[in-house]
Design a protein around this ligand. Structure first.
Ligand code: ZN
Ligand code: ZN
Ligand code: ZN
Length: 328
């Protein structure tokens, strides 16, 4: 397998004749005592032992491998490199049947702490430019394992969507010396039509130009660029974030059976690059957030909807519906 860069859109693509993922059948690889369980990278016990440990494990069929160097090279005008990186599975609970939105706030906090620690740790490796935390829930979302897990990848490049956000937030900052996310949040709070819930330092809202019906984001209200640094330094606010994540996912699960969740945080700022200017003001201009993209229809999309997003419900209507749901 190798990574190839599209010379026009500058997106990296994983290319390989063996990309077809292995299927894991029979027993659960992530339940305690599983035979041939993947290698454990880190374990985090709850401070008061009220819940079982959460664990990071090596993905059983990883997209990226930790050994070696990226060896970025040219093939004529093209760029390619090896699929060096990390691909981990974060086991959210030792229980096979408890998902994040059914967990206690303490359990969710423990999972978020583990995620923050793994991101920090992987950013210590200067080969990696970006670490992504994501969760695919439900078959239409491409869920791979039955056990309640999330995944984490560390890559030698910044993924396309994050790169768009970084470039746009840097441009906005250059012009206005303000964070575009803070400005957006300020206006949304004033207008109060797309806010779903505000809890302590965190807000859940449906973005103005949602890409899919019922898209919902969770953001810190004060300016923070790095999820992992904030979690490590502001443990006092962790409970608020856990509550909001639990309640938001309950809302999503009342409307959809499947979703993608992704954390967008700063790229690896230990990896200072002189070529890519976005590192310079990134702590001022970028603002971490969690994006949740519910999947409603499993019908195949016609081509034009792949190039232009279309949603049949406005984010105002989606936020109103979310607010009216009974959540515990
Ligand atoms: Zn299991
Ligand atoms: Zn901000
Ligand atoms: Zn984002």
């Amino acid at each position: 397998m190798e990574l190839r860069k599209d010379p026009i859109t500058r997106s990296w693509v994983i290319v390989g004749d063996d990309v077809e993922r292995q299927q894991h059948s029979g027993y659960c690889l992530f339940c305690p005592g599983a035979p041939n369980a993947p290698q454990v990278i880190a374990t985090l016990h709850s401070s008061d032992h009220s819940a079982g440990p959460v664990m990071a494990m090596v993905h059983p069929s990883p997209l990226y491998r930790i050994e070696g160097e990226p060896h970025r090279h040219a093939e004529g005008i093209y760029d390619a490199m090896n699929t060096v990186g990390a691909h981990e599975v974060l086991v959210q609970s030792i229980r096979h049947d408890i998902e994040l939105w059914q967990s206690s706030d303490a359990e969710i906090s423990q999972f978020l702490m583990l995620a923050a620690q793994r991101i920090q740790d992987l950013k210590g490796d200067l080969r990696f430019k970006y670490v992504t935390l994501f969760k695919n829930y439900g078959a239409p979302a491409g869920q791979e394992f039955d056990h309640p897990v999330s995944e984490l990848t560390a890559t030698t490049f910044v993924p396309r969507r994050v790169l768009y956000e970084l470039r746009a937030s840097r441009d906005y900052y250059m012009e206005k010396e303000r964070c575009v996310f803070c400005d957006t949040l300020g206006q949304e709070i004033r207008n109060n039509v797309r806010i779903v819930e505000s809890h302590g330092n965190y807000v859940a809202l449906c973005p103005f130009a949602s890409r899919v019906p019922y898209e919902i984001w969770i953001m810190p209200r004060p300016h923070e660029s790095s999820f992992e640094r904030s979690i490590a330094s502001k443990a006092a606010h962790l409970g608020e974030l856990s509550t909001l994540i639990r309640r938001t996912l309950q809302r999503v699960m009342s409307i959809a059976e499947s979703f993608h969740l992704v954390l967008h945080t700063v790229p690896n700022t230990y990896q200072k690059s002189n070529i890519l200017q976005y590192w310079k003001t990134v702590d001022e201009d970028y603002h971490w957030h969690i994006e949740i993209l519910p999947i409603l229809a499993t019908r195949a999309k016609p081509y034009f909807l792949k190039e232009v997003y279309y949603t049949h419900i406005s984010s105002e209507a989606a936020a109103e519906k979310y607010r009216k749901l009974a959540i515990r």
